[in-house]
Design a protein around this ligand. Structure first.
Ligand code: 1GP
Length: 255
């Protein structure tokens, strides 16, 4: 029997606040001082959970980074793994992703088979997540590393069919990903169409830079937005508050 504390926390955040805001920390991209300051401030700034993950894992101390982030916050810390090697007992949960938009067996099931025994041994809560890359105007790290084609950004029907397959396979979340630092985020029209095709909650991320970007995806039917780059670049906590406030559509914006 798998506990679903973190998944339940996410769903409650969505239901109570209108939309959930997930802050992505990539320990490869910023200094530990910067990301720990961000993690410490996150809850007070309205963040609902922290994702930690990286495409490359340039540093050998990924596990130490997750542990330090966990110690800096009382928010759930969820691994968003670039590979099974990023699994660590320091986190609460893992987005147990399968790259369903691609046809590379390593990222559909290979990494998951390597990671499953570690998830069990470490006591991590696995959150089964369908991961779908959406074309964003330029080649992103995930496209290159996974060797897969993203779904064309105007092909709503293809995106819907993938999301429906994910739901019927029993996935709990569906992540529409334009890629970190994407030039063009996932189109609002695609979020709207996919949300109308499935009942499972949607996460949308990649290239979301403004409160308007976040609010528009929640209004279109996303349950959660994921934001990384813009906060790593800015380190402005007031701006983080603006992003979370725009995402929490049920909460009144402070005057
Ligand atoms: C990337 O969706 C996340 O996997 C976040 O993207 O870094 O562009 O905010 P950004």
């Amino acid at each position: 029997m798998i506990d679903r504390f973190v998944f339940t926390h996410l769903i409650e955040a969505k239901e109570n606040r209108g939309g959930g805001f997930l802050l992505l920390i990539d320990p490869d991209k910023t200094s530990s001082n910067s990301y720990l300051a961000l993690a410490e401030a996150a809850e007070d700034c309205g963040v609902d959970a922290i994702l930690v993950g990286t495409s490359f894992m340039l540093s050998a101390s990924f596990g130490e980074s997750v542990k330090a982030i966990k110690e800096a916050t009382s928010l759930p810390v969820i691994i968003f793994p670039g590979s099974f090697a990023q699994l660590t007992p320091a986190a609460d949960a893992v987005l147990f992703t399968s790259l369903i938009s691609g046809r590379n067996p390593e990222y559909l099931i290979g990494e998951q088979v390597r990671g499953a025994p570690l998830v069990k041994r470490f006591g991590l809560e696995p959150i089964p997540t369908a991961y779908m890359l959406i074309e964003s105007g330029s080649n992103t790290s995930v496209h290159y590393i996974s060797g897969t084609m993203p779904i064309p950004r105007e092909k709503d029907d293809i995106a819907c069919a993938h999301a429906m397959a994910a739901q019927y396979l029993g996935m709990r979340l569906c992540y529409l990903e334009a890629g970190s630092g994407a030039t063009n985020p996932v189109p609002i029209s695609m979020v709207n169409k996919v949300a109308s095709c499935v009942d499972i909650p949607l996460l949308v991320g990649g290239g979301l830079r403004s409160p308007e970007d976040c609010a528009a995806r929640i209004d279109a039917g996303a349950s959660f937005v994921v934001v990384g780059n813009i906060m790593e670049e800015q380190q402005k906590f007031d701006y983080l508050r603006e992003l979370t406030a725009a995402t929490h559509s049920k909460e009144s914006v402070p005057a």
